[in-house]
Design a protein around this ligand. Sequence first.
Ligand SMILES: [Zn+2]
Ligand SMILES: [Zn+2]
Length: 271
Amino acid sequence: MEHINNFFLNNPSSTQVALYAVIILTLWLIEVTTLATSWKDKWKHTLTNLWFIATALPVQLLMTIFVLMVSLWAVKHHCGMLFLFPHSGSFVVKYLIGFILLDFCEYLYHVIMHKVKPLWNFHLVHHSDLELDVSTTVREHPVETFLRMCFLIIWVFLLGASFGVLLLRQTIQTVANITSHTQFKLPTRANNIISWVFITPNLHHVHHHYQLPFTDRNYGDVLSIWDRLFNTYYNSLPATEITFGIDTHLEKHLNSSFLKIIKIPFLKRIQ
Ligand SMILES: [Zn+2]
Ligand SMILES: [Zn+2]
């Protein structure tokens, strides 16, 4: 058991990548075998999105080094909000409160990406997918990957988040993000219960609806409590009423290749 723990602690990045790959592949196979999409269409859509891994991975891995350096420095110097709590070395403060505050930071980051126009131009690449499925999880413009990691460095510095809580958050966030992008929705009753605390596929599908105000609802990453608290929560839309994509970029030809998609933020458009 200790060997396994040591492996996870010594190889956080490879563990995340492996976890990502296994969950995405499993859910992808379930989607394609149970839903009415042809293998050919599904594969074409998936392949376009998978190219984003090639740009995200080097940025993510390189910047993780800086995240961990900041984390080690902050913990060593007892710098950050978490050290202001009584019993700052306890499990509850380090892991539980640390996780909750990091999740709030992710909520804030997502709101910023929507509300600041130059940043939205990059985030809309994620929203421009006309067919939401598990592969949409990795559809992120490389500039957004860079920005997301820069923000993470700031959050880690401000909170004084330890390596342990970062690993915990990253693992839970990976599973939550992938499952919230699946084509499967929870039954209404289950969604009503789980969405009190967590972001469900039903909630995230609303976020991917092509029109406002729905695009500006359910910003949460793992927890839905921030959306409830700041009035950005929207429970569910019937599948028949949801159109995935973003109203300013519904042209199919923009989505036809990876190279076209990464140029989207730089296109001059009349809006
Ligand atoms: Zn968004
Ligand atoms: Zn999404």
